[in-house]
Design a protein around this ligand. Structure first.
Ligand code: ATP
Ligand code: MG
Length: 566
């Protein structure tokens, strides 16, 4: 491909709306353009990358026994009403009406469609297991579409659904996908980690996320160096403190704390640590007011709380309600004498002599103890894990990393087949619900994650397996016949070897060509300049290294093949 003909409108300035590296670089290097918030066009370079990612995903899905289909994006509302998700999905679902005023959803996911499809055409255990997948646009009206392709409202996803006879069958399908996903992210050339993930309110079902490691990642991961444990903080298990805090238990005291509302206020005012106080958070759980208490320096994990409560909706309570029930505003709440159900984090049970609000504005208690001064409804793990916590498997210290969730695999069991009445007949003619799993990969997000992980101050550094082109050939002077000829001949030789090659034939200064080659991130650059050419040599440079090698023209083929295929 000639650079002069390639459509890659590069930008000099960093676009102001782009906060993270991948968004900035994909815009600047002419890979994507925004059509609307969270909706993008993939320009030629980007679409080449997307197709490479898709093909690796496709090969591994096929190898694992998946069969590719293409389901409709436009899905009738009735299917979603049948599963109950027409209501539950809420504002994240795009809905539209046809001329007959019938409702449709733009598919945010495809469990409803595929469960209906398989129910209609698969009747016997003999036809199972069945693994069907597609690669297609998904639509989700995200509250905060941001970071370019990272969190789009229209994005490309691979989604596979497995149908099995029983739980053992599901285990096998799940293992196949677990293995295939590892193959995929290894082949894509990305540094990633598999972590245990929250599986939502269904509870107990297995789920793993595949995280590309990057500092800008939205997900926090805790992991153990001493054993294999790794989990999303949403899910990471915190184990109970073994020992109580030291010192004698003192009598509870009420103290005047005018204007002291936050944990930090109290830290300064009483000269105590954040870990010597507790915070009290009030929630509305399906209409019931409840309190969650945890150590002052900890973060509540709403997902854990929601899972233990088993409620559908959990939202922060509003202050008026709280005042009516407890007698105080947010700054002076505490568990002592409170008459709503209190859920205490495990750590609170091991604390002694802590400070907390007295449910009276401008007053706090000190020297409080759970059990003596108040009795909670339950003592549970409801906080976020942090670096330094003991590993739940081996007690070594946990460490922390950030990651971008690119894949998610999930055992669904009979969640959908039950509600949608999707059944098959077993050996005895008995009707049973399909046992299902679902397995997603964010294709467009993976492209962004690859950039997030692989760039420098000059631009993108594509991992070779997904680079839009392998090699860029740059004649220093596009008007010099000798250089052009050498460039063309190298271009042809490399293309014959099956490499994807760009030739920068534009009438630009060498500096501009080098800058653009770096910006778009082509792994190997071959520069043809007058000096080297006199000795029958050209420069070969790897995008990820500073040094340039001088290579004889008849050795270029061999050298480049070695760099690309290794
Ligand atoms: P998240 O927690 O990031 O919203 P999710 O749990 O909603 O993700 P899934 O429903 O499991 O995501 O979708 C499968 C995969 O699709 C995710 O692992 C992710 O890679 C990708 N994905 C999900 N939402 C988006 C989005 N808004 N934009 C781009 N990719 C997305
Ligand atoms: Mg989501």
């Amino acid at each position: 491909m000639r650079s002069s003909e390639l459509f890659y409108p590069t930008l000099r300035e960093v676009p102001s709306e782009a906060e993270i590296i991948s968004h900035q670089l994909l815009l600047r290097a002419g890979f994507i353009r925004k059509a609307s918030g969270g909706v993008y066009t993939y320009l030629p370079l980007a679409y080449r990358v997307i197709k490479k990612i898709e093909n690796i995903v496709r090969e591994e899905m096929d190898r694992a026994g998946g069969q590719e289909v293409l389901m409709p994006i436009m899905q009738p509302a009735e299917l979603w009403q049948k599963s109950g998700r027409w209501e539950v999905y809420g504002d994240e679902m795009f809905r539209l009406q046809d001329r007959h005023k019938r409702y449709f959803a733009l598919g945010p996911t495809h469990e409803e469609i595929i469960t209906t499809l398989v129910d209609g055409d698969v009747h016997s255990y003999r036809d199972l297991p069945l693994l069907l997948y597609q690669i297609q646009n998904k639509y989700r009206d995200e509250i905060r579409p941001r970071f370019g392709l990272m969190r789009g409202r229209e994005f490309i996803m691979k989604d596979l659904y497995s149908f099995d006879i029983d739980d053992e069958g599901l285990d096998v399908s799940y293992q196949k996908m677990y293995h295939a996903y590892n193959q995929i992210f290894t082949r894509l050339g990305l540094k990633y980690r598999v972590v245990e993930a929250d599986s939502g309110a269904i509870g107990g079902n297995e789920s793993h996320e595949f995280m590309v490691l990057a500092d800008s990642g939205e997900a926090e991961i805790v992991y153990c160096d001493n054993c294999d444990y790794a989990a999303n903080v949403e899910k990471a298990v915190c184990i109970a403190e073994k020992a109580e805090t030291k010192g004698d238990l003192l009598p509870m005291e009420k103290i005047h704390t005018p204007g002291q509302r936050t944990i930090q206020d109290l830290t300064d005012f009483l000269k105590i640590g954040k870990d010597e106080q507790i915070k009290t958070l009030m929630y509305d759980a399906d209409g019931e007011l409840i309190a969650a208490i945890l150590r002052g320096d900890r973060e509540l994990n709403e997902i854990k709380l929601k899972n233990v409560l088993g409620c559908n909706e959990l939202v922060m309570a509003d202050e008026e309600n709280v005042r009516r029930s407890s007698g105080a505003g947010f700054g002076s709440l505490g568990p002592v004498g409170m008459d709503v159900k209190i859920y205490a984090d495990l750590e609170v049970a091991a604390m002694k002599n802590f400070a907390c609000g007295a449910n009276e504005d401008d007053y706090h208690f000190k020297n409080v103890k759970l059990g003596r001064d108040f009795v909670p409804e339950a003592i549970l793990d409801i906080r976020n894990a942090v670096a330094g916590d003991p590993c739940p498997l081996c007690q070594a210290e946990l460490k922390m990393l950030r990651g971008i969730e690119v894949g998610h695999i999930f055992k669904l069991g009979t969640k959908y087949s039950d509600v949608m009445g999707a059944t098959f007949r077993d050996q005895n003619g008995q009707s049973l619900p399909f046992v299902m799993g679902c397995y997603g990969i964010g294709i467009s997000r993976t492209m962004a994650a690859a950039v997030e992980q692989n760039s420098d101050e000059n631009g993108i550094i594509w991992p070779i397996p997904i680079a839009p082109y392998h090699v860029i050939v740059v004649p220093v002077n596009s008007n010099n016949e000798e250089q052009i000829q050498a460039a063309n001949s190298i271009y042809k030789i490399l293309e014959q070897e099956g490499l994807e090659v760009l030739i920068d034939d534009r009438d630009e200064r060498a500096g501009v060509k080098f800058k653009d080659a770096d910006l778009i991130g082509i792994p190997v650059r071959i520069t043809i300049g007058p000096k080297a050419l006199q000795e029958n040599k050209v420069e070969v440079k790897k995008r990820w290294e500073k040094e340039v090698e001088l290579v004889e023209i008849d050795k270029v083929r061999e050298r480049v093949l070695d760099i690309i295929w290794g």
